[in-house]
Design a protein. Structure first.
Length: 509
């Protein structure tokens, strides 16, 4: 007689288990909440945002005679470590219509990629994928507030690249090695700070997990680019593009760096709400790390690699210069990288002891997205009047922005400092101050049309405007604040108020 096959009844998966479908849905929900906050109002209070939009717009409209991009600028694409972000933005600006919208899509993609890239790295080191929830609230960092978008966009690529490095060190495959090489090159052209962390971190994975020579071939194109950078880059040789200011190197004392760590992470909004988010994340991490019964650690070597990565990020935060010449906040950018990598070291226990702290992380993430949306909406209300004033300016002209009132009630770091660059983002021409004055820009001023020279950081000092020099060059003066920029500017051309609304005034020559 035939033997009956026993029926296997599947065991129900508890919501506290890592395999439960709740957790991927929660991860995606936190990422989407961040994107929704970015789209919640027209203006984002991120200081460098108008500069990025201006660079994207100039590349997008390079052949447009009305924008006069070729009249004022020369391309320096091969010598800029910011190239990839701007080229991607320029390509997106064609179907999306504006550089500002293209930049917003790039930021949205970065927000989505933060937790998804960390999840990929967690898989590679065989850690609990739910820990990727930590990445979502870390998106709202100092790097975002100041506007280091190139670096911010590089962080998910760095995490994903490390996941490739781990897999390829253990099991080299030609296609994966080639993909890892492409990631290294992309990081090099997104932001050098991210590349400086990625390259040694990937080498640590190779040394610890395989040491197979074939798995190290990814480094060849990156090393060639690095040598070319040292030999020819204006960042290393700024005098080649006319930069004459001293390249002083300043370090932040380790004690100051540790005290500034909350600000380098999530302390970006006025008030204490974002600090509450940081405390919630620290509490969740402490609960997850608390001594308790866990399954035996089956990945001590991979945990050792992750610990080495965290140590490397911490070393860069504490020992890297805070500024080199005009480049600043260099070491503090590594705070967010350390926080992302630190999640790899946590080991959630089974059951409620592991699940509840992760729910706290998800709640903190959703709260931080809601907080950001409220701050963004409040900032947009504060910007009131800007569109009407800027609309009065004709396209393709020369505008200088004098921002006497650069602070905001809705963000901690001077979001109005570069608002004049919205003119170039929408109408072309020249908008000063511009990143085109700095050696690392992919767009540099042509010598015959360069604006009058000023000392570094003059954008913080609007009273440096001289009517007999600057007044001869510019067609418009955009002012934020109640001061008259011409009262002490000296003799020169005559100006009149072309448009006035709220805190904004546009003068025409």
């Amino acid at each position: 007689m035939p033997t009956a096959t026993p029926t296997v009844i599947p065991t129900a998966v508890s919501w506290t288990d890592a395999a439960h479908p709740l957790w991927p849905v929660l991860l995606l929900g936190c990422a989407v909440a961040n994107v929704a906050a970015l789209w919640s109002a027209p203006y984002l209070p991120f200081t460098d945002l108008p500069q990025h939009a201006a660079a994207i717009a100039t590349l997008r409209h390079w052949g447009d005679p009305q924008w006069k991009g070729q009249e004022y600028f020369a391309l320096a694409l091969g010598r800029s470590q910011y190239l990839l972000y701007y080229l991607a933005g320029a390509l997106l600006a064609f179907p999306l219509g504006t550089a500002e919208r293209a930049n917003l899509v790039l930021l949205s993609a970065t927000a989505l990629a933060f937790p998804l890239a960390l999840r990929s790295l967690l898989r590679a080191v065989r850690a609990d994928e739910r820990l990727a929830l930590f990445a979502a609230p870390l998106f709202w960092s100092q790097s975002l507030l100041i506007g280091f978008f190139n670096y911010l966009a590089a962080l998910p690529l760095l995490l994903w690249g490390l996941s490739l490095a781990v897999r390829d060190a253990q099991d080299p495959r030609p296609r994966r090695t080639a993909l890892l090489a492409a990631v290294a090159v992309a990081l090099f052209y997104l932001h050098l700070s991210a590349f400086l962390l990625f390259a040694p971190a990937a080498l640590v994975a190779w040394l610890a997990l395989g040491r197979r020579p074939r798995a190290l071939l990814w480094i060849v194109p990156a090393a060639a680019l690095a040598l070319a950078f040292l030999a020819t880059s204006p960042v290393v040789h700024p005098a080649t593009v006319g930069w004459t200011q001293p390249m002083s190197v300043l370090f932040e004392p380790p004690g100051n760096a540790l005290r500034n760590l909350p600000g380098a992470l999530l302390d970006i909004w006025p008030g204490s709400y974002d600090e509450i988010v940081l405390l919630a994340l620290l509490a969740a991490a402490a609960l997850l790390a608390w001594p308790q019964t866990r399954d035996p650690d089956a990945r001590p070597l991979l945990r050792g690699v992750a610990a080495a990565w965290c140590a490397l990020a911490a070393l860069l935060y504490l020992a890297f210069p805070v500024s080199i010449g005009w480049l600043w906040q260099l070491n503090e950018r590594y705070a967010i990288a350390f926080a992302l990598l630190a999640a790899l070291l946590l080991r959630p226990a089974r059951g409620l002891r592991g699940a509840l702290p992760l729910l706290l992380v998800a709640a903190a993430s959703l709260f931080s997205a809601g907080l950001a949306a409220g701050q963004i909406r409040g900032f947009t209300r504060e910007v009131d009047g800007f569109d009407a004033v800027l609309e009065a300016a004709a396209p393709g002209r020369r505008l200088v922005s004098l921002v006497y009132d650069h602070d905001s009630a809705w963000a901690k770091f001077s979001p109005y400092l570069h608002f004049g660059s919205y003119y170039r983002a929408r109408k072309g021409g020249v908008a000063s101050f511009s990143f085109a004055e700095l050696p690392q820009s992919p767009l540099l001023y042509r010598p015959e049309t360069v604006p009058p020279r000023k000392p570094p950081h003059w954008e913080w000092e609007p009273w440096r405007f001289r009517n007999d020099v600057d007044g001869l060059y510019y067609d418009y003066i955009l002012v934020r604040g109640s001061l008259d920029p011409l009262a002490r500017a000296g003799p020169g051309p005559t100006w009149h108020i072309l448009s006035l609304s709220g805190r904004w005034t546009l003068y025409a020559k």
